[in-house]
Ligand binder design. Structure first.
Ligand code: SF4
Ligand code: SF4
Length: 73
């Protein structure tokens, strides 16, 4: 069970950080990787904004690059 709740509010908060991220895969409809798991087409690591994201902090997640490595557990 992922730690992060899959809600529209969290997905909208996520997009403030993931969308401008250079690693963001840009697949339509994909967001909130810390809850929903990795992208269907992850790219290479070019930086990750998760470390400064309020959702990550709120749910006590460790790690970064959830679009590549999968949901925070
Ligand atoms: S921790 Fe990363 S994937 Fe999760 S909501 Fe924040 S920016 Fe999005
Ligand atoms: S999970 Fe991290 S690396 Fe992936 S798009 Fe979001 S901020 Fe960027």
């Amino acid at each position: 069970m992922p730690k992060v709740e899959d809600t529209r509010e969290n997905a909208e908060a996520c997009m403030q950080f993931c969308e401008p991220c250079l690693t963001y895969p840009g697949i339509a409809g994909e967001a909130l990787f810390c809850a929903r798991g990795k992208s269907s087409s992850p790219g290479g690591k070019k930086g990750c904004n998760c470390g400064i994201c309020d959702v990550r902090k709120k749910f006590g997640c460790d790690g970064t690059y959830y679009c590549i490595s999968g949901a925070c557990q």
